[in-house]
Design a protein around this ligand. Structure first.
Ligand code: SF4
Length: 330
C-alpha cells in the first residue's frame, strides 16, 4: 500500500474486553463439552471474523429460538436477552448456556429492582441494539428508551418524582453525560448509578482514542458496523477533529484516506480480535514507519465461566481449563 505515513500510534487498551473473551471461551468450551449440535442465538459478539471462526469450529448461529430443535443446547450472546426468550427456552426444554456479560446482567438487575419499586425507568441507549432490546424486556411497561437530550424534552412519565435512569454499557461517555444532565434538570428527583452504566472497557477504549486523536492525522477503528462501542470510537475521534474510519479489516482501507497522512492512529472495538489489528499494522508498515503503543491504563478484568457450563463439564467428567490457561483460536 503506497502512502506517506511515518508513524503508527496504537491505542491501548483496544480490542477484546473481558465480556467478549468470556463469551468466546464459553462457545469454544461448550463445543468441547456438549454433544453437537451447539446453537448460538444471534452473533455471540458483533464481529464477523469471530462468528465465522466459531462457525468453522462447529457452532450453529441462529437469529431466533424457533430455529433451535427442542431439547438442543443453545448459547445466549454477550449482549443479553429478555426474560421472554429465557422463558421460551425453558418451555421448549432447551439446554441453555448464558454468555451474557456480567456487566450487562448488572444493568438488568437494576432494571428489575427499579421496576419492583414502581419507578419509571429511562434507559439511555440505542433502541435497535440487542443489549437494549434485552434490558427493555425486563420491564417493557416501565422502561422508556431515549438516546439524546432532545428526546428528554419530549419525555413524559406517569410520576416525575419516581423516576430512575440506566444506560447501555457501550455508549459515548460525553454524549451520555449530556443526556443525564438534561434528565437531572427536567427530573430533579431522578435516581440512578453514581455516573452511568458504561462499562470499564468502553471507557478505557474511548480514553485511549482521546489521548492519541490530537497527535494523528487519521484514525482507523477496526470493528463491525453493528458494533456500538466501535462506532463510538469513531465519534470520539471525530469530536477531537480527527478524521476517523470504521473498517472491518485491512481490506477496507482506501488509499485516498491516507494520501496526506503522516501519522495514523489505530484502535479496535471490544469485539475485534487482535489479529485484525496486526494485519492492518503489517500492511501499513514499510521501511521507516515507526509503530508506537500508547497505553492509558492496563486492564486485568476476567469473568468466571457460567455455572451451567461448569456443571455440564462435571457431569461429563471433563475439567474445564482455568480462564488464564485457556487457549483460544482468536
Ligand atoms: S463491552 Fe463492556 S459490557 Fe460489553 S461485553 Fe465488553 S465488558 Fe461487557
Amino acid at each position: 500500500m503506497r502512502h506517506p505515513v511515518t508513524e503508527i500510534l496504537l491505542a491501548g487498551p483496544r480490542g477484546f474486553c473481558a465480556g467478549v473473551e468470556r463469551a468466546i471461551d464459553i462457545v469454544e468450551q461448550a463445543l468441547s463439552v456438549c454433544d453437537p449440535p451447539v446453537y448460538v442465538r444471534k452473533e455471540i459478539v458483533h464481529n464477523r471474523h469471530v462468528v465465522e471462526t466459531l462457525r468453522t469450529q462447529g457452532a450453529i448461529f441462529v437469529d431466533e429460538l424457533d430455529e433451535v430443535p427442542d431439547g438442543a443446547t443453545v448459547i445466549f450472546s454477550a449482549h443479553g436477552i429478555s426474560p421472554e426468550v429465557r422463558e421460551e427456552a425453558r418451555r421448549r426444554g432447551l439446554r441453555v448456556i448464558d454468555a451474557t456479560c456480567p456487566l450487562v446482567t448488572k444493568v438488568h438487575l437494576e432494571a428489575i429492582r427499579y421496576a419492583r419499586e414502581n419507578y419509571s425507568i429511562v434507559l439511555i441507549g440505542h433502541e435497535d441494539h440487542d443489549e437494549v432490546i434485552g434490558t427493555l424486556g425486563e420491564a417493557p411497561d416501565r422502561i422508556f428508551v431515549i438516546a439524546s437530550p432532545a428526546e428528554v424534552e419530549q419525555l413524559e412519565v406517569p410520576d416525575p418524582e419516581k423516576i430512575a435512569y440506566l444506560t447501555q454499557t457501550t455508549l459515548s461517555m460525553d454524549d451520555t453525560r449530556h443526556v443525564i444532565d438534561a434528565l437531572r434538570q427536567k427530573f430533579p428527583k431522578i435516581v440512578g448509578p453514581s455516573r452511568d452504566d458504561i462499562c470499564y472497557a468502553t471507557q478505557n477504549r474511548q480514553a485511549a482514542v482521546k489521548k492519541i486523536a490530537g497527535d494523528v492525522d487519521v484514525m482507523l477503528v477496526i470493528g463491525a458496523a453493528n458494533s456500538s462501542n466501535a462506532n463510538r470510537l469513531v465519534e470520539v475521534s471525530q469530536t477531537a477533529r480527527t478524521r476517523a474510519y470504521l473498517i472491518n479489516d485491512v481490506g477496507d482501507i482506501r488509499p485516498e484516506w491516507l494520501a496526506d497522512a503522516r501519522r495514523i492512529g489505530v484502535t479496535a472495538g471490544a469485539s475485534t480480535p487482535e489479529v485484525l489489528v496486526s494485519e492492518t499494522v503489517k500492511a501499513l508498515q514499510r521501511d521507516g514507519v515507526a509503530v508506537r503503543e500508547v497505553h492509558v491504563v492496563e486492564e486485568d478484568v476476567r469473568f468466571a465461566l457460567p455455572q451451567e457450563l461448569e456443571r455440564l463439564a462435571r457431569e461429563r467428567g471433563i475439567t474445564l481449563p482455568s480462564p488464564t490457561a485457556m487457549r483460544r483460536s482468536l
